[in-house]
Design a protein around this ligand. Structure first.
Ligand SMILES: [Zn+2]
Ligand SMILES: [Zn+2]
Length: 334
């Protein structure tokens, strides 16, 4: 059985040193969304965290085409998540090893796993269990405050834009991928369809962020995000369809503009994914002006620094203490 995220040895490259962002450029949140808002990247990352390093292994385990795999590995190496290490000269063979920056994403994959398991019923059957080595129990991660150690809910957090924050700077730059590539990507992966409908599109993630910050009206979403109204309307409908938002109030004559859109319980439950991803982003992408978001855990008053804790023994989780239990092994245990 493998644990998640074994320790790695870093060089002094981008994998171990935070990226300095240019003044006025896309901020930490936008950079993170641009990178992680891609299902293939998340799938490769998930395998890498479980110990996969070789090209052929990724090819088998992720069921991905050569072209897509090569492109994603190159991007992940460029962004400092993976380091290519040559282990044989003739013929040249290399493996892809997680850097500290890449390994630091384990909480994001665990938070996604937990949300999909709880809220996307068709997934519950196929996802493995996770076991905490310290207590020996199958666990669920609990988003907690590092200062007071209490569980953190989205409603407990006060967030304001920091010096590098604004909607404009938090939306990832549009990708240059051609539409045909995009279609090919989607049909082959499909493992985190609902996570991707929230995360995998520049406007989707911004819209969920706006909802978490209390926006409810169509016009307010359009104004705040500077997004095309037709796109906002389409995304609001899609989020209602998967049950992340619900429309309330004056919805007369089917007009999207009259209703208020509130996060459902399922929508609020996605907050840990957002929180750990922002935490990672603000650590690894440093804007000269200052952070993109300034957050406070209201109940204790401390600046928000999050951790995932084990719901069984309440201790803070570390990636190396998490074991993935295949479903077959789990049955044999009983
Ligand atoms: Zn606290
Ligand atoms: Zn535990």
């Amino acid at each position: 059985m493998r644990s998640l995220s074994e320790p790695v040895v870093d060089d002094a490259g981008p994998g171990s040193v935070p990226t300095a962002l240019q003044p006025g450029s896309t901020n930490a949140v936008g950079r993170m969304l641009g990178l992680l808002g891609d299902e293939w990247t998340l799938l490769i990352l998930q395998r890498a965290l479980r110990g996969t390093t070789r090209y052929g292994q990724f090819l088998d385990e992720v069921a991905i085409s050569n072209a897509v795999l090569s492109a994603r590995l190159a991007t992940m190496e460029h962004e400092g998540l993976l380091r290519r290490v040559v282990y044989q000269d003739r013929p040249v063979r290399a493996e892809y090893v997680l850097t500290s920056r890449g390994r630091g994403l384990w909480p994001v994959t665990i938070a996604i796993w937990d949300w999909e398991r709880r809220w996307v019923p068709r997934h519950a059957q196929t996802l493995p269990a996770m076991r905490h080595r310290l207590c020996g129990q199958d666990f669920a991660p609990v988003l907690t405050c590092r200062t007071c150690r209490e569980a953190v809910h989205s409603s407990d957090v006060h967030a304001e834009w920091g010096p590098s924050g604004s909607w404009e700077r938090s939306v990832p730059e549009s990708t240059t991928r051609r539409r045909s590539d995009l279609r090919a990507d989607r049909s082959a992966a499909g493992l985190f369809p609902e996570t991707m409908s929230i995360f995998g599109n520049r406007w989707s993630s911004a819209l969920i962020g706006a909802s978490l910050r209390g926006l409810t009206r169509f016009g307010d979403f359009v104004d705040a995000l500077g997004a095309p109204p037709s796109l906002v309307a389409e995304r609001l409908r899609a989020f209602c369809d998967i049950g992340v938002l619900e429309a309330r109030g004056r919805r007369g004559r089917g007009r999207v503009g009259r209703a208020e859109y509130h996060l459902t319980e399922k929508g609020h439950a996605f907050y840990p994914v957002v929180a750990v991803a922002i935490d990672w982003a603000q650590h690894w992408y440093a804007a000269a002006e200052g952070p993109a978001l300034v957050q406070q855990h209201v109940p204790c008053g401390a600046p928000l620094v999050v951790a995932l804790a084990c719901d069984q023994c309440s201790t803070v989780l570390h990636g190396s203490d998490i074991e993935i239990v295949p479903r077959s092994a789990r049955r044999a245990d009983r």
